[in-house]
Design a protein around this ligand. Sequence first.
Ligand code: RB5
Length: 146
Amino acid sequence: MIALGSDHGGYALKEEIKSYLEARHIQVKDFGAYTPEAVDYADIAYPVARAVSSGECERGILCCGTGIGISMAANKVKGIRAACCSDCFSAKYTRLHNDANILCMGGRVVGPGLAQMMVDLFLETSFEGGRHQTRIDKIAAIEREQ
Ligand code: RB5
């Protein structure tokens, strides 16, 4: 199950991604926005991040205008490694090296075709572990210290 969310700036892209995943029979849980009306990205990032950190959803995809604000908000939730990407290399390597569990994209930055490629890479790529596990363990240690 993939958690989806956006603010108004990412609404159209989130809807595109939702249709794309549903057409491929991938289960999604949509946390809004449900209309293009203005909504603050933190109000959507938080429930999506909670769904991923609790294990209710395996991964998440968040969209705002740039992908930046919504990734900042999601990264405040313990256990979340949200990556704001606008290219395929980053979308793949954030899985391989960072074990990212939420992909963030900007609806005003990337088009639907590129977003679909990034979503595929993000969902299909496994974490490499090894030395990269040591590194993300240090992120978790910072979280525990706060
Ligand atoms: C909303 O206008 C915009 O600021 C938001 O979608 C996002 O880009 C913030 O990072």
